[in-house]
Write a protein that binds this ligand. Structure first.
Ligand SMILES: *Cc1c(COP(=O)(O)O)cnc(C)c1O
Length: 401
């Protein structure tokens, strides 16, 4: 039957988030009794720390349940400013901070405030699933900068130069990266910074995984590599990953005052302030003890080692050892073109579907991240699940011919 209500043209631009879609299918299969091992989830397998939950409960008990200031409560914005000053030495004022409904929302507000038709935004690929649709919804055009596995998914001036035009307005950096776990080298960031200075680009740096880094030494950051870019840089971050608070929906952005003011205008006419209760909880996270992210990282380390060891022991599979975050992004392309029961596994979507249907393993196809050779596994799941999961991957691949 013809649908009565026509949808806006922009609905042709985007699809629902594919990572959330896999997760939904896996949950449905699990509800029907299938022994699903879920490697598709993009969140820590930890509970929010108790002192953070306590702050949320206290906010309710104290009746802190009304509208707040649009950009977030002043105490939280001050605490974010203080945290950056103490941890990184970067100076911001409270009116250069916007608190919003999760890191994704910060990205959305930023794109609505800065980009429009005719603007090209560089997105290194593999990319996080939400970058292209958010740029498209702003009316702008995502331009993908291909990164290669051989170069540990680092940016080079060669791959950047191929994508730059006189319409380029900015670039979105994500380091450590979801889905690859790779981090950008100081040299790559220096290259981006110099181009940005020369051409007046805005640099968006999504630092949501900056507390989960496995390499020795500090994480290279574009603001340290070239402090001159600060006036044209927007930092995106939040408590979702660092404090296991994905459901609380608190993110924050820092940048030049006039950009944050524009983002506040968008927020004031769309969501208003983020949840008052969640803001109090985030305040406890940002201003309280900072040992939680480190503890999570310690627990991820052996899982990362195990999963990398297992995956790279499989013939034909290569996998970059992630420097941060909690994902591995193995290359399965050696198995594409093979068959199961006469059906060809032609790419990552079919491979991921095969692993789900035959082995009850939920993963995310690389196509969702603009990289069809790969499959994303999250190792923010139990060691037992990882061990059993790797066994199933090997079995599944051995059944292909
Ligand atoms: C999880 C994630 C975010 C933020 O997610 P929210 O749940 O909206 O806070 C941002 N960027 C990347 C790359 C992520 O993986």
């Amino acid at each position: 039957m013809e649908e009565q209500i026509a949808l806006a043209d922009r609905m042709k631009l985007i699809k629902p988030s594919p990572t959330l879609a896999v997760n939904a299918k896996a949950k449905a299969m699990k509800a029907e009794g299938a022994d699903i091992l879920n490697f598709s989830v993009g969140e820590p397998d930890f509970d929010t720390p108790p002192h953070v939950c306590e702050a949320g409960k206290q906010a309710i008990d104290e009746g802190f349940t009304r509208y707040t200031a649009v950009p977030g409560i002043p105490e939280l914005r001050e605490a974010i400013v203080d945290r950056y000053a103490a941890d990184k030495g970067w100076k911001y004022d409270a009116d250069q901070v916007q608190v919003c409904c999760g890191g994704k929302h910060g990205l959305y507000n930023m794109a609505q405030a800065l980009f429009g038709p005719g603007d090209e935004v560089l997105i290194p690929a593999p990319y996080w699933v939400s970058y292209p649709p958010i740029v498209l919804l702003a009316g702008a055009t995502p331009v993908f900068v291909p990164l290669s596995e051989e170069e540990n998914f680092d940016l080079t001036s060669d791959n950047l130069n191929k994508c730059v035009t006189d319409k380029t307005r900015g670039i979105i950096l994500n380091s450590p990266s979801n889905p690859t776990g790779s981090i950008f080298s100081a040299k790559a960031l220096e290259t981006v910074a110099q181009m940005a200075l020369e051409k007046g680009w805005v640099i968006i740096t999504d630092d949501i995984y900056d507390t989960i880094v496995y390499d020795e030494g500090p994480l290279a950051h574009i603001l340290d590599v070239e402090p001159k870019v600060k006036e044209q840089t927007i930092l995106l971050n939040g408590v979702s990953k660092s404090f296991a608070m994905t459901g609380w929906r608190i993110g924050y952005s820092l940048g030049p005052k006039h950009v944050i003011a524009a983002m506040n205008k968008i927020q004031s006419q769309s969501t208003s302030n983020p949840s008052s209760i969640a803001q109090k909880a985030a305040l406890a996270a940002v201003s309280g003890p900072q040992d939680f992210p480190g503890k999570m990282k310690e627990s991820f380390l052996p899982r990362r080692e195990y999963i990398i060891g297992e995956l790279t022991s499989i013939e034909g599979i290569t996998c970059v050892n992630p420097s941060g975050a909690f994902y591995v992004f193995p290359n399965f392309s050696a198995y594409y073109g093979k068959k199961f029961n006469g059906k060809v596994i032609s790419g990552s979507v079919e491979m991921s579907g095969y692993l789900l249907e035959e082995s009850f393993l939920a993963t995310v196809p690389g196509a969702a991240f603009g990289a069809d050779d790969f499959i994303r596994f999250s190792f923010a799941t139990s060691m037992d699940a990882i061990k059993e999961g790797m066994k199933r991957v090997k079995e599944a691949l051995s059944k292909l011919d």
